[in-house]
Design a protein around this ligand. Sequence first.
Ligand SMILES: C[S@@+](CC[C@H](N)C(=O)[O-])C[C@H]1O[C@@H](n2cnc3c(N)ncnc32)[C@H](O)[C@@H]1O
Length: 336
Amino acid sequence: MCATILPEKHMHYPVLLNEIISIISPQYGGTFIDCTFGQGGYSSKILEFPDTKVIAIDRDKDSLKKSTDIKLKFEGRFFFKNLKFSQLNNLKLKNENVKAIIFDLGYSYSQIKDNKKGLSFDSKGELNMKMGINDFSASDVINKLDEKELEQIFKFFGEERESKKIAKEIVLKRKVKKINTQELVKIIEKTKKIKNFKIHSATKVFQALRIFVNKEISELIYGLINATKTLKKDGVIAVVSFHSLEDKIIKYFFKSLSEAKSISRYVPKTPTKKNLLNLISKKPILPSSTEVKQNPPSRSAKLRYAVKKYDFYNFETDILNKFKYLIDIENYSKKL
Ligand SMILES: C[S@@+](CC[C@H](N)C(=O)[O-])C[C@H]1O[C@@H](n2cnc3c(N)ncnc32)[C@H](O)[C@@H]1O
């Protein structure tokens, strides 16, 4: 879940902001792409440095209002598109010398609190979970997919140990009537035997549904691929993630493209021996204890970054093969 908040004061609080700024160095000017504009925390900070330009995107139309305010403040230096970051290549950036592309994954505080979006298990009414530019809702998933498909979604996207029992109970209950948010929470609470007092019983299933509805696995993989293609030599790609599935993908992507080895067995060895990326540190950057104290949800944030060293071809086969089993699960949605 997103951690861009200072909960007590309901203030916007961009996670790992100082760390991002020190990695991308906007003090020297240049063009930056903010793939997850949200409330504009990163974009505004970058624009405070003169000679910078920011191209921002967000899939949620609700970001438009904030983007208009920033556009007025930094005239001619800020551009916003309502787009998914997997479609980064639609931006026609051929002539831009992009210095850095940043991702701050997850959800903003205003999205979680928006009852209509139904991202939280406290939400009332219909199951939704659409963040923006979606084809189907969580209600379609819960009320239409097969038991086995639901089980796989909860297991792989939520790491829910009792996914089988929960899926079975959902399919039984929906025969009687359509399941909404509160009914889903009740089903999970009643079905789960293993109690974890640190998190709500429904947390994992809700995480799984959000990932599935927003196709977050393929979004992230294609976002990383297209960002790497968009960057020129010495451009930086920086990603803040909030759960282990995202981090696993990012870690693998950076590591596999920064090792001096053949990237894919399908391409000739010589050119791929060069490393496409330079991974500065194998370890992620974590929020300081001060940041976690100010903004507790930031405790799960991890920042990884790499620098692009070479321009080439056909590097996506490996990551697409590696996580094919997850993309195949996302593809259950094709019948919705
Ligand atoms: C954690 S918030 C970003 C907060 C932002 N860094 C700030 O400082 O205000 C994540 C944002 O990313 C957006 N988002 C998530 N997945 C996306 C995707 N695949 N394409 C575009 N935007 C996405 C969400 O709509 C949300 O507004």
